[in-house]
Structures are given as C-alpha cells and as structure tokens.
Design a binder for this molecule. Structure first.
Ligand SMILES: C[S@@+](CC[C@H](N)C(=O)[O-])C[C@H]1O[C@@H](n2cnc3c(N)ncnc32)[C@H](O)[C@@H]1O
Length: 215
C-alpha cells in the first residue's frame, strides 16, 4: 500500500495552486484554502480510505484544489465539473503545473450533469465545496448534494461543506435521500468580504464538513 502523504506536505503543494483571478460573485467563486482542503482530504483518506484508488467527482471544481489534492492523495481518476470556462482554464493550468494525467474537466451546469453523464459514469466519491446559495441562487447547495448523490455508485460517499446554519435542513433531508449524514467537523471559514458585503477584508463563518454515505 502506498504511503499516505502527510497533511502538512499536501497543504504545501496546494498552496502553490492559482486561485480565481476574477472571481464571479454570482457563482460564489471563493476557493477552498489550502489548509482547509488539506484537512478535509487527509481526513477523507486517513479515516475512511475514500480517496486512494477511488474514482472522484469534484463538483463545482473551480480551480481544482480538491481534485488535484485527491490525486495527490492517491485517487485513480478525477472528473472536475464547473459551469465557468475561466475557472476551468485556471484548473487546466494548475493540473499542467503538477503534470497530472488522471484528471478530466467538463464545463457543465450542475443541474444538467445527470443527462450529460447519461448514467454511464458512477463515482466512488464525490467531493465539493458548493456555492452556499446566498447570491440569488437559493437552494443551489442542496441541488449540488442531490446531483452528487445521483452520480455515486452503490457504496459511494459524498463529502461537502455547508454553512452550519443549514445543519438542521440537511439532517431533515438525509432520510429522504436514503443516506446516512454526519457532520465530521465544524470549521471556521474565511469568506472574502466581497461575498458578504462586509468592510473587512474577510469574514469568518461557521461551516460544517459533511459526509453523506449511501445506506
Ligand atoms: C465555492 S466555489 C468552490 C470552488 C472549488 N471547488 C474549491 O473548493 O476551491 C463554487 C464553485 O461552484 C461553481 N458553480 C457555481 N454554480 C454552479 C453551477 N450551477 N454548476 C456548476 N458549477 C457551479 C463556481 O463556478 C465555483 O467554481
């Protein structure tokens, strides 16, 4: 079995990636910081073994910090999906920087993904940091989870970040989706001020790190 990359080493690699050059507020384009991404990915692999030799769907991939991190943690294949062409261009450059060949990207709105994939592709693991649904896109956070669950194989699992204020909502939805839902950790997430119309350069919000596993 390959040796697990240390969390600190993973974080250092992820720090080298380019982020959004001109983030689009309506698409809630803020990248997962290297420290949070490394903590998430290291937990997913060390506690659950859900990255090593697994096929991964990185939904709303942005600049692909989660997808690239997944490959560095041993994933066999990653498909990154984002609606925004410019984000995918930055992803391509980041992927090339690491000379990775096991990542594909497609431009697609999450709502169209099931028909684009046509039931052919089922993934072992879905990872995402979706829009929180605060920019005239209410409900998009839940839509990302629903679509992600549809793209999972029989024993698939989905990892996601959501505002802690929505914890009750996801706990109520999980039985209907036939998944076991668990908050693995609560994180302090520094959201760039532009997304909160705040006069500080960033503002901390409470975010839950979720694991949704098929029953
Ligand atoms: C919060 S960012 C996270 C980016 C990246 N996953 C990360 O962790 O750094 C959300 C991403 O979702 C994408 N997005 C927003 N709405 C979308 C939609 N309807 N379909 C697909 N992607 C979408 C945005 O372009 C953005 O890249």
């Amino acid at each position: 079995m390959a040796k697990l990359m240390k969390r600190k080493e993973l974080e250092q690699h992820l720090q080298d990636l380019d982020g959004f050059s001109k983030p689009k507020i309506l698409l809630e384009q803020y990248e997962t910081r290297a420290h949070i991404a490394a903590c998430m990915l290291h937990t997913i692999e060390s506690a659950y073994g859900d990255l090593g030799q697994k096929t991964i769907l990185d939904l709303g991939c942005g600049c692909s910090v989660l997808g690239i991190g997944s490959v560095l943690m041993g994933a066999s294949y990653v498909l990154g999906v984002d609606v925004d062409e410019e984000a995918l261009q930055i992803s391509t450059s980041n992927i090339n920087q690491f000379e990775l060949t096991d990542i594909d990207l497609i431009q697609c709105d999450v709502k169209d993904l099931p028909s684009v994939l046509e039931r052919k592709a089922k993934f072992d693991t879905v990872i995402m940091n979706p829009p929180f649904g605060t920019k005239h896109n209410k409900g998009v956070d839940s839509l990302f989870v629903e679509i992600g669950l549809q793209c999972l194989g029989e024993k698939g699992v989905l990892y996601s970040l959501h505002k802690s204020s929505t914890r009750g909502y996801f706990n109520r939805k999980a039985p209907g989706w036939k998944v076991e839902a668990r908050v693995l950790a609560q994180l302090r997430y520094d959201l760039p001020a532009t997304y909160k119309f705040h006069n500080k350069s960033s503002v901390d919000i409470e975010v839950d790190f979720w694991r949704f596993g098929k029953k």
